[in-house]
Ligand binder design. Structure first.
Ligand SMILES: C[S@@+](CC[C@H](N)C(=O)[O-])C[C@H]1O[C@@H](n2cnc3c(N)ncnc32)[C@H](O)[C@@H]1O
Length: 280
């Protein structure tokens, strides 16, 4: 790895960028990590956990990343070295000069684009997604794509600065994706259903991490039953299994502290939301 630390392309519903440090700390504290240790990041989404591993010096060749959504297509292209940077650049440079025009421009893009360039288009669309909601695909087309508007304060607004439709900005997204494409080639990126994991050959000294959609939430387009997964996993593999949830799933669970953008623990904002890492 070269240069500064990698960052997730964009924020994402349920993304673990603020918890990745604490989660990887647990992997390192509870296991003997060697040059051959394999990591499985299942339901990897924006890749916060794998990115944290690479930032700590783990070789991407030792990491498998799986997700059923377009993130799976993105990570497969990154890992196989087939991400088309020229196409990605052409979409970014084709964005209108006026941010007020982004929404209309992107709506036109999704209705006219096939999924041939899914891996390259997806991070751009997701960075513009309203509320960070997951943009999906259905029957070979983009689905659930709802974009942010440029927002300017009025005389009565509490917020005094305009809100950008794209977060991060096109320049910052380009910087992040360029670094990811350079430093994460060789990762085993897979677009697939988590149940296909049972056909994998998982060595007992591997670390398996699953970040499923929160139980009892309705916000995701893709779901599965985590309890069934745990049961089947116990019968199939010996490697430690770690699961993120907003509750402890068993007796062996760690309550995680949320880290702010600067890496410090956020103590000022009181939140009822809890994050747990359970081990099986
Ligand atoms: C909480 S998010 C993961 C966030 C991720 N750890 C990150 O840091 O961005 C849950 C993910 O599970 C994926 N997912 C849901 N059902 C799945 C399934 N049956 N197989 C594989 N992935 C699935 C979703 O696409 C979504 O990206």
């Amino acid at each position: 790895m070269t240069g500064s630390k990698l960052r997730v392309p964009c924020t994402y519903q349920g993304g673990k960028q603020r918890l990745a440090g604490a989660i990887v700390d647990v992997f390192f504290a509870e296991n003997k990590i060697g040059a051959d240790t394999r990591f499985y990041d299942l339901c990897c989404g924006s890749g916060a956990i794998s990115i944290e591993l690479v930032n700590r010096g783990i070789s991407p060749q030792n990491i498998s990343m799986l997700d059923i959504s377009s993130w799976g297509a993105f990570w497969a292209a990154v890992g196989h070295g087939t991400f088309d940077m020229e196409f990605f650049d052409s979409i970014l440079s084709g964005l209108p000069d006026d941010k007020r025009e982004y929404k209309k421009h992107l709506e036109g893009l999704v209705s006219s684009s096939s999924l041939v360039h899914e891996a390259e288009l997806y991070p751009i669309l997701q960075a513009n997604s309203f509320g960070g909601k997951q943009i999906t695909t259905k029957n070979g087309e983009w689905d659930n794509a709802c974009f942010r508007d440029y927002w300017e304060p009025t005389a009565n607004s509490v917020r005094r600065s305009p809100a950008n439709p794209m977060q991060p900005s096109p320049t910052e997204l380009k910087r992040r994706v360029t670094a990811i494409v350079r430093d994460m080639v060789g990762a085993n990126g897979i677009r697939g259903d988590i149940m296909s994991f049972f056909s994998f050959n998982v060595a007992p000294d591997s670390i398996v991490y699953v970040d499923p959609p929160y139980m009892n939430t309705t916000g995701y387009s893709y779901m599965f039953n985590i309890k069934d997964f745990i049961q089947e996993y116990k019968a199939a593999f010996q490697a430690p299994l770690y699961i993120s949830e907003n509750v402890a799933l068993g007796h062996n669970a760690t309550k995680l502290q949320l880290h702010g953008a600067n890496g410090g623990i956020t103590g000022s904002r009181k939140s009822k939301h809890e994050e747990w890492l359970s081990r099986f």
